[in-house]
Design a protein around this ligand. Structure first.
Ligand SMILES: *Cc1c(COP(=O)(O)O)cnc(C)c1O
Length: 345
């Protein structure tokens, strides 16, 4: 019997459902560069409301949404502070420097995620020798820290500190809805702590393409200029916005299933000698796995899992990542867990 591969490499591998494809087919469209696409406008309104902001802009990718935010907040010669494992810094092609001439100061958290105490003292003095510290970027959930959720009160402390020092706050919320479902803290509450927030529709929400950036009307006006500059002004983009609206309508609450399925995988990892959870208890849909050197390397273990029908990502010499998502059922998670336990012999 040939078995379907269980693809846990990323939560971006989902394919649009029949209902989502129907919404795409029926979308009312127009030329969005002329601001004549009613579906894009409806999505942007919906996202602004969701995140408690005045306005939002639809972008093809989360990378573009984040980079536009950085370009809208900072100027060449400014400095941005973030965890050095942040997506904006590690996985966006060096865009911070290359697109905007902004430098990055990575601040390693003392605990599992950035805390205000890690940041205090990291603002450059107002002196001609230094770059001007301008912006703090946080990521929630934080991918490279095990998909962990920031504590709300801790971000509130960071936001208060940032405001009192005239720093802007940007949230890479590619997986903000995972944090919302995990904490039951509304997206607009998280949003209230930031000047700008990006979210992705193409991760756990299951849309084929699309992200958005929300902020003040003035920030989003500047974002329109930067999106055009980056080649992200799209025409009849309502076909994509319709998928995103469908995702927001139907695929948010079910993220709880992904979190439950990730726990099934995490338990298998914890019960397999030679494997351990890299960041401790799993809180959302990402399972980062560290492999003992005596047990094998990440590419070798990933190849073994593939032979047994389970795809994961090798993201370091001893590091694997498994993600649960819309197209991974509870049965798939249970089967993958069995395969992981089987590695133990
Ligand atoms: C996926 C992701 C993004 C955006 O990625 P795109 O592939 O450009 O849409 C941004 N931040 C985080 C944390 C991500 O995981």
């Amino acid at each position: 019997m040939t078995r379907r591969l269980i693809d846990l490499r990323s939560d971006t591998v989902t394919k649009p459902s029949a209902a989502m494809r129907k919404a795409i087919a029926e979308a009312e469209v127009g030329d969005d560069v002329y601001r004549e696409d009613p579906t894009v406008i409806a999505l942007e309104r919906r996202v602004a409301e969701l995140l408690g902001k005045e306005a939002a802009i639809f972008t093809p990718t989360g990378t573009m949404a984040n980079q536009i935010a950085i370009g809208a907040h900072a100027e060449a010669g400014d400095e941005l502070i973030c965890d050095p494992t942040s997506h904006v810094y590690v996985w966006e092609g060096g865009g911070i420097a290359r697109l905007w001439g902004v430098t990055t100061r990575g601040v390693e958290p003392a605990g599992s995620l950035l805390h205000v105490d890690d940041l205090i003292g990291k603002i450059r003095p107002d002196d001609a020798h230094y770059a001007r510290t301008r912006l703090v970027c946080l990521e929630n959930t934080h991918n490279r820290r095990g998909g962990k959720v920031h504590a709300y009160d801790e971000i509130a402390r960071i936001a208060k500190w940032a405001r009192s020092n005239a720093l802007a706050m940007h949230l890479d919320g590619a997986r903000l809805m995972n944090a919302v479902v995990a904490t039951r803290i509304h997206a607009s509450q998280w949003g209230s702590l930031f000047d700008s927030v990006s979210i992705c529709f193409s991760k756990g929400l299951g849309a084929p393409v699309g992200s958005a950036l929300a902020g003040t009307a003035d920030l989003i006006k500047r974002a329109h200029r930067l999106r055009k500059l980056l080649g992200g002004g799209m025409r009849q983009a309502g076909v994509l916005a319709a998928a995103a609206l469908h995702a927001l309508e139907h695929n948010v609450d079910r993220l709880a299933d992904d979190h439950a399925n990730a726990k099934i995988l995490a338990e298998a990892v914890e019960n397999t000698d030679g494997l351990r959870l890299e960041s401790g208890a799993v809180e959302t849909n990402l399972v980062w796995i560290e492999i003992d050197r005596s047990f094998g390397t990440a590419p070798a273990i990933a190849a073994k899992l593939r032979e047994r029908g389970v795809l994961v990502s090798a993201l370091g010499p001893q590091t694997l990542r498994a993600c649960t998502h819309l197209d991974c059922t509870r049965g798939d998670a249970e089967r993958a867990a069995e395969v992981i336990r089987g590695l133990g012999g």
